[in-house]
Ligand binder design. Structure first.
Ligand code: SF4
Length: 332
């Protein structure tokens, strides 16, 4: 059997280069791409940057859904949050714990990551790299080829399983070396550098915090709705979501099959809304009026709303402040 290695693949350039540098030393590399309800590509992972870039680097990709345990972890992370609701240290530990299982399954001596010392304020400092390594149960078995020259050697480097001198000593946020390597290896399809996942987004963080406050168990179904649209709350158990554009309207139309009440403008252009909660006359009227607020006005016509198969009159338009709903998040 050939030499096997496991790599965490995010879709960004760093993780792909790290895996490629190990492949160059004769290893067959299996990349692990973690997905969750928070991933924008959820359900469409074979077309992601991770899939495209892995292909160009000659790396097989395995997709692992982090599932409900990951949602629960975000509610109460041991190491706290970054700027918003991103628990980067716990997140890394959790992913590496999953990787450890695959590492043992395929007989890899280490897990490769694309971490670069000092690149991220929370999870890529020297002290947090140590915490992550210890708590993932991978002490001495994480290989960081991009910053290897600046870090203590992993077990595999000490044992001569892999040649440390062929690794790099990059630190900080610069990208010059990585872009040169991308060209040398003809890497394609990787994503542009981004600030972080959805959990680092202020608007989303506010909506998720509010949901955690209201619900003891938050599921991927809740998250799928939370990612979309403008959010309004009626009491604690009722949420109304309006699409902000045609793409979101399409998704909400699909999601309505999952047990939500669907509201649409009747014969005039405007947003789609779904209701997660009881459909009472007061709520129904509030949803209808929200649709009127976010629709283009149609002069001289009285606008009706369709709820599932019924058409109703939402009454006169009112400003949001006069409706019995509360805005959630920072974008509505
Ligand atoms: S930015 Fe998001 S995906 Fe990345 S480590 Fe932090 S929480 Fe995890």
């Amino acid at each position: 059997m050939g030499k096997e290695a496991i790599a965490l693949i995010s879709g960004g350039l760093d993780s792909i280069i790290a895996a490629r540098l190990v492949r160059e030393q004769g290893f067959h590399v299996t990349g692990l791409y973690f997905t969750s309800a928070f991933s924008k590509s959820y359900g469409n992972e074979h077309h992601t940057h991770a899939a495209l870039a892995s292909r160009s680097a000659g790396i097989d990709l395995r997709i692992i859904d982090l599932g409900q345990p990951y949602i629960d972890l975000i509610r109460t992370p041991r190491h706290g949050y970054g700027k918003n609701i991103n628990p980067c240290i716990d997140c890394k530990i959790h992913m590496l714990q999953q990787a450890r299982t695959v590492m043992e399954e395929v007989g890899s001596p280490f897990v490769i990551t694309g971490e670069v010392l000092g690149q991220r304020p929370m999870s890529q400092r020297r002290d947090t790299l140590n915490v992550i390594e210890r708590e993932s149960g991978l002490r001495g078995r994480i290989l960081r080829p991009l910053s290897a020259a600046l870090l203590p050697p992993s077990q595999a480097e000490q044992d001569g399983v892999i040649d440390r001198s062929r690794f790099l000593g990059i630190s900080g946020r610069g990208r010059t070396v990585q872009l040169q390597l991308a060209e040398r290896y003809n890497l394609q399809g990787f994503s542009a550098p981004a600030g972080g996942c959805l959990l680092t987004d202020k608007n989303f963080a506010e909506k998720l915090r509010d949901l955690f406050g209201d619900k003891e168990v938050v599921t991927s179904r809740d998250i799928r709705l939370l990612i979309l649209g403008r959010h309004f709350k009626f009491g604690k158990d009722t949420r109304i979501v309006l699409g902000r554009n045609s793409r979101e309207n399409e998704i909400l139309l699909d999601l309505a099959d999952e047990g939500y009440d669907l509201f649409t403008p009747h014969q005039f252009p405007g947003p789609v809304a779904v209701l997660d909660g009881p459909d009472t006359p007061e709520i129904r009227q509030a949803v209808g009026r929200l649709i009127l607020i976010y629709s283009k006005s149609v002069t001289g016509s009285h606008r009706m709303i369709r709820c599932n198969n019924e058409i109703f009159d939402p009454g006169d338009p009112l400003p949001i402040e006069a409706l019995p709903v509360r805005k959630i998040g920072t974008e509505y």
